[in-house]
Design a binder for this molecule. Structure first.
Ligand code: ADP
Length: 462
């Protein structure tokens, strides 16, 4: 049975180290706003890159015609077409397909990878029919969501900085990924062209704005995290010359790199030190789906070793492997309302290969809650930081009217407690009056259609 005397002090210390009372949240929100300003002042001025997206026209709802989207962000890519019918008819029809990228192409040449993508896109386009119709004399336009680091220089150009997420494609770094795809499509004689190169958060904002004129911010909480928002061009000192007549532009914050004033524990520090990018992406490591389960696992290992969680200093062998406990597992354990915590028992048995008594299971749920609570509340403080920055530069334009924050990503979508903590922190920070005007809502598949909408909004025919 559990040596509860050993477990309690570790849990208490964890809860203390993870605490996010209002002053901590306020500090994080203020620091986020300050870091945003510093990043807008000069390149490299802050942890936040504050990347200009070159998207300065968001969808209005009036878009008409057939548009395509291509989403490349991992080992799968998605292709989609949408027929837009304008203000009244809106989305007349949409179809999509998911294609997995063969392992060997992740290590191939740039031409081989883009030829494969172009070919899949071409096959998909050939199945067009029914409700889909291209306007006479036009080529098919594509919104291309590319979730790897690129240095964008226009809405249709982006130089690849490096491949990540296991890709090691040769001959693409330093090249324009839009040109790579356009050339591959030309080689196949395809009648398609990229009209907009889009970051996934920007796609989410575009998708949300299409349905709701008050959408101003988009946040992704999935494996990783990021946020973008509508900024006024004259609030961006580092934007030397104005290329466009639009008074606004979308800024991609890359907020995962934020690190100022976060309540961190020994478990966070050890996880960071052993990660492939120590010292980087600290906000992401505290709030996003890739890491929450791993932080809980590290706490469990210590509690097993020092606190006798699973019987005196017994550390289950399986539990020692990094990342065996995933965020969906801790989410599942938190949904367990049974008296004996049977679901908790079954996760611990599957993942850690361990038998647990009821008091150990309760402790495990408390740990999950502590880590999810800190993550959700800090994400909420980050959102308030963005809204605060927007409000300070435009007195009354944010808090004085309805403002929508569009949310997407598996963590936000599937983890109700996390969502609740996020909302709670936003309400605490803004107060009940102002928070009535701030609507935080899930934008389902915003980014998929969003990229096609940005191709429409940036069509070369308009
Ligand atoms: P990605 O961010 O990888 O592009 P998603 O937005 O679908 O894709 O997010 C997937 C992530 O969401 C997973 O890595 C996981 O961390 C988190 N997630 C998925 N399902 C759940 C769940 N049931 N509970 C909590 N988190 C989940």
């Amino acid at each position: 049975s559990t040596d509860s005397l050993g477990v309690a002090p570790i849990l208490t210390k964890l809860q203390k180290d993870c605490a996010t009372p209002l002053p901590v949240l306020r500090h994080v929100a203020d620091a986020m706003a300050d870091d945003m300003r510093a990043g807008l002042a000069v390149d490299g001025g802050s942890d936040l890159k504050m990347i200009l997206s070159y998207v300065d026209t968001l969808p209005t709802g009036n878009e008409k015609g057939l548009f395509y989207a291509l989403d490349l962000g991992g080992t799968n890519f998605r292709v989609l077409r949408v027929q837009l019918g304008g203000k009244e008819e809106r989305v007349v029809a949409t179809e999509f397909e998911q294609v997995s990228i063969p392992q060997e192409l992740m290590f191939a040449t740039s031409e081989e990878l883009f030829d494969f993508i172009a070919s899949a896109l071409g096959k998909f386009a050939q199945k067009e029919g029914g409700n889909f119709e291209l306007q006479q004399g036009r080529t098919r336009e594509i919104g291309f969501t590319f979730s790897f680091p690129v240095k964008q220089t226009s809405i249709r150009t982006g130089i690849l900085i490096k491949w990540t997420k296991g890709f090691a494609v040769s001959g693409t770094a330093g090249k324009d990924v839009v040109a790579c795809l356009n050339e591959a499509m030309e080689r196949r004689g395809m009648d398609m062209q990229v009209s907009a190169l889009v970051n996934d958060t920007v796609g989410t904002l575009a998708g949300a704005r299409y349905w709701d004129d008050d959408a101003m911010v988009a946040v992704i909480l999935g494996t990783g995290t990021n946020a973008c928002y509508v900024e006024r061009v004259d609030a961006i000192p580092k934007l030397a010359k104005r290329m466009s007549k639009s008074p606004i532009t979308i800024v991609n914050t890359e907020w995962g790199a934020f690190s100022n004033g976060l309540p961190l524990t020994e478990f966070d520090r050890e996880m960071d030190a052993e990660s492939i990018n120590p010292g980087e992406q600290i906000f992401e490591k505290t709030i996003s789906g890739m890491y929450l389960g791993e932080i809980v696992r590290r706490v469990l290992v210590k509690m097993a070793k020092v606190g006798g969680l699973f019987g005196s200093s017994y550390v289950p062998e399986k539990l020692v492997t990094p990342f065996v406990l995933r965020t969906p597992d801790i989410c599942a354990m938190q949904q367990d309302t049974s008296r004996d915590l049977e679901a908790v028992e079954s996760v611990l048995c599957d993942v850690a290969g361990v038998k647990s008594d009821l008091s150990a299971r309760k402790t495990v749920v408390d740990i999950c809650d502590t880590i999810a609570k800190r993550g959700g509340r800090l994400a909420g403080a980050g959102i308030v930081g963005i809204l605060q920055k927007m409000e300070e530069d435009s007195k009354g334009l944010i808090f004085g009217k309805r403002t929508v924050v569009a949310m997407d990503g598996g963590l936000y979508e599937h983890y109700p407690q996390y969502r609740g903590y996020l909302q709670e922190a936003v309400t605490e920070l803004l107060g009940s009056e102002i928070s009535k005007n701030v609507v935080i809502e899930h934008s389902k598949d915003g980014s998929g259609i969003g990229a096609a909408l940005l191709a429409a909004a940036n069509s070369k025919y308009e």
